[in-house]
Design a protein around this ligand. Structure first.
Ligand code: SF4
Ligand code: SF4
Length: 369
């Protein structure tokens, strides 16, 4: 646990700076419905590691509880998957409570070592990996950078630096429809926002380019970027996911059928947080057979990667992913998803079959331009 010097000397109690909406906490009637769906609780099994317990922790912080490592672990083991919000009969929004409690603590310099390290890395490099190399290193044609464009592809840190082949395939298809790139894209800010830190500087840098280029639509293939661009940026432009973009253009894409059967993993930030369930399924069904996972759409279980859990609690993160893999139906050739973080976590958990991006499937089925 990290605590700033000034704060230690002043002995300020957490309640002085906690800005959690008490009404949203009071909505929770402690029924425990969320206990049965919280993926972190399923692994850890303690009350303070489930949704209801986290709300009680946030309430106690507001009332003056001095934060300790247990408090930080309670709040930071939430993946922000949102299945508790979907199931809560009282209309509570637990991940928002968790996020604002994290923010209240971080604003006082109280955070885990993982949170602090992650924040420093993103702020220094503009990406979640601390990479200093060219973010557009995957781009073979620098002529694709335009001064003005109606729409741009927002690549995200993961595809830029870890899955450059996915970035290249996505752009190859999107540019057929006149989509351009930002010249100096930065991390969207989602990893900082979800873990309680300020992302204002990153947002400003991206926003300045979006405004200068006159962009009206931002398209992204990352569910985390999608949530951030939609909810944490000013509403000056439309935000569209890659599966929505592709589903709207199926006739032009002229996809051929592949003789395979796949299943689909709904990323939490695309599905529950974004309400985008049908477009990826429409694209998949245009190419091959789809068999649903045991828990799907609004009931889909989390991959364990989000909310800073992969970085802060890697064992928990992979344990959640392994449980998600138990939902894969027998006899499928691949798991398809639309978020590089989900894909990475499911692969790392030992899926046993291919885990691919929707764009990989489309690239196999599309005629070369
Ligand atoms: S968050 Fe909702 S589901 Fe969970 S205990 Fe509170 S009221 Fe029940
Ligand atoms: S958002 Fe997901 S991980 Fe967080 S408390 Fe709710 S169910 Fe648990």
């Amino acid at each position: 646990m990290r605590m700033s010097e000034g704060r230690r000397e002043a002995g300020i109690r957490a309640k002085d700076e906690m800005k959690i909406d008490s009404r949203s906490i009071e909505l929770c009637v402690r029924c425990g419905t969320c206990r049965s769906v919280c993926p972190a609780f399923e692994v850890l099994g303690w009350e303070s590691r489930n949704t209801r317990g986290r709300i009680m922790v946030a309430k106690a912080l507001r009332e003056g509880l001095a934060p300790d490592t247990n408090v930080l672990d309670s709040l930071n083991t939430c993946t922000t998957c949102g299945i508790c919000t979907a199931k809560c009969p009282a209309g509570a929004n637990p991940p928002m409570i968790v996020q604002s409690a994290r923010k209240g603590l971080v604003s006082q310099g109280i955070m885990t070592e993982a949170q602090a390290g992650f924040r420093e890395k993103v702020n220094e490099s503009g990406n979640t990996f601390g990479e200093l190399g060219d973010r557009l290193g995957w781009l073979s044609d620098p002529g694709a950078i335009k001064e003005k464009a109606d729409s741009v592809y927002f690549v995200g840190c993961l595809d830029s630096y870890r899955y450059p082949e996915v970035a290249a395939k996505t752009f190859e298809i999107l540019r057929r429809f006149g989509v351009a790139l930002l010249p100096d894209e930065q991390c969207c800010g989602s990893p900082l926002i979800r873990t309680g830190s300020d992302a204002g500087e990153l947002i400003d840098k991206n926003l300045r380019q979006i405004r200068d280029m006159g962009v009206k639509t931002v398209i992204t293939g990352c569910a985390g970027c999608l949530s951030a661009l939609k909810k944490d940026y000013p509403p000056e432009f439309d935000v569209v996911s890659v599966p929505e973009f592709l589903a709207d253009r199926l006739p032009e894409l002229k996809l051929k059928r592949l003789d395979i059967t796949v299943t689909y993993h709904d990323p939490c930030h695309l599905g529950r947080h974004g309400g985008i369930y049908d477009p990826p399924r429409e694209v998949i069904r245009a190419i091959c057979d789809l068999v649903e996972m045991k828990a799907n759409r609004e009931n889909a279980r989390c991959c364990g990667g989000g909310g800073g859990v992969r970085a802060g609690y890697p064992d928990l993160s992979l344990d959640i992913a392994r449980r998600r893999l138990q939902d894969v139906p027998d006899g499928v050739d691949a798991i398809v998803s639309c978020c590089p973080l989900c894909i990475r976590n499911l692969r790392d958990a030992g899926a046993g079959i291919e885990v691919i991006d929707l764009i990989d499937l489309v690239a196999r089925a599309i005629d070369p331009a």
